[in-house]
Design a protein around this ligand. Structure first.
Ligand code: PYC
Length: 316
């Protein structure tokens, strides 16, 4: 019987399953090469760890690895129900909380290697975790796509560690079912899935997350969002990489000054506080900082029984 040691946590409601030991041996080298090895030769581990019957469509897996970059103390590869993602904001907060829970790290700074760059995390005494994300930028502004059954939708394409299409307030017209509210999750999932297909077909094949924004119901947050992840699950958290992409757009439009706080609320009402600094103003590149908290939900040893016909998970 093979076992995989994991720590489960949630960040603003979005789960992370950190693999401590028993995961695939991806060898050494840059993390971008190791994630390709994972995809090509060990994808059954991804499915065993996050898919049913041990997991669910919502769980983001995080394989703890040795760093390749000399200035990093640890490395991580993130994955979900359908594949691999570059960076993950809620997942990094979950990783730090889990390492602190194991007493592997103390309060202070830790630099983490990922397949899309290094990120700097800080664990504070009150449990708050800050993550300086990878450089983020807007690739294209005001892109209009024709979405079957919906009509024309205009949004921005931006990078925040993953590729996003960001749309503001589709319910402003006469479509109350697209209001960003928990009772509309099914309609919002269908809408954002259609938008993603249209965006992919109409010039941006790499976009794998779609994010819709509106004003927040309370004056204590700047915005509420609904984020569709690549495997059709919605993000319960405000999405760290998505909010980084949003900050890049706000910075480019001069709607938020460097250092000013932005409170991003998720569809379930959970929140990240975020800010940015310019990295290269001419190129529109910012460094976003995401602040949030994660809670440990379990420590477990996943059992991989060779007699179990669903040992490697139910694959879509
Ligand atoms: O927090 O960056 C994030 C994220 C990506 C997918 C789910 N959460």
């Amino acid at each position: 019987m093979q076992t995989i040691e994991v720590i489960d946590s949630h960040t603003c409601g979005e789960p992370t399953r950190l693999v401590i030991s028993g995961g695939p041996d991806l060898g050494d080298g840059p993390l971008e090469a190791r994630v390709e090895r994972f995809r090509e030769h060990f994808d059954h581990y991804r499915s065993a760890i996050v898919n049913e019957p041990r997991g669910s469509d919502t769980i983001v897996g995080a394989l703890l690895c040795k760093a390749h970059r000399a200035d990093c103390q640890a490395g991580v590869i993130f994955f979900n129900n359908v594949g691999y993602i570059g960076m993950c904001g809620h997942g990094t907060i979950g990783l730090i909380a889990s390492l602190a829970h194991r007493r592997d790290i103390e309060r202070g700074d830790i630099r983490i290697d990922t397949p899309v760059g290094a990120v700097q995390a800080r664990l504070h005494a009150d449990g708050q975790i800050e993550v300086d994300n990878v450089p983020s930028f807007r690739r294209a502004a005001h892109v209009t796509v024709t979405v079957p059954g919906v009509g024309e939708v205009t949004g921005d394409v931006a990078w925040g560690g993953n590729w996003f299409f960001l749309v503001t307030d589709l319910a402003a017209g006469d479509r109350p079912e697209w209001r960003i509210a928990a009772q509309n999750i099914e309609a919002l999932t269908d809408l954002t899935w259609r938008i993603r297909q249209a965006v992919n077909a109409q010039g941006f094949p790499k976009v794998d997350h779609v994010e819709i924004f509106s004003a927040a119901p309370s004056a204590t947050a700047n915005s509420r969002n609904f984020v569709l992840c690549p495997g059709k699950a919605y993000d319960r958290s405000p999405c760290g990489t998505g909010t980084s992409a949003k900050l890049a757009c706000l910075a480019a439009d001069e709607k938020l000054a460097p250092g000013d706080s932005w409170i991003q609320e998720s569809i379930i009402g959970s929140r990240f506080a975020v800010r940015y600094r310019w990295l290269d103003r001419d190129k529109g590149e910012i460094v976003p900082t995401i602040t949030g908290t994660a809670y440990i939900t379990s420590e477990a040893h996943l059992q991989l029984d060779p007699d179990d016909p669903l040992c490697w998970g139910i694959r879509a």
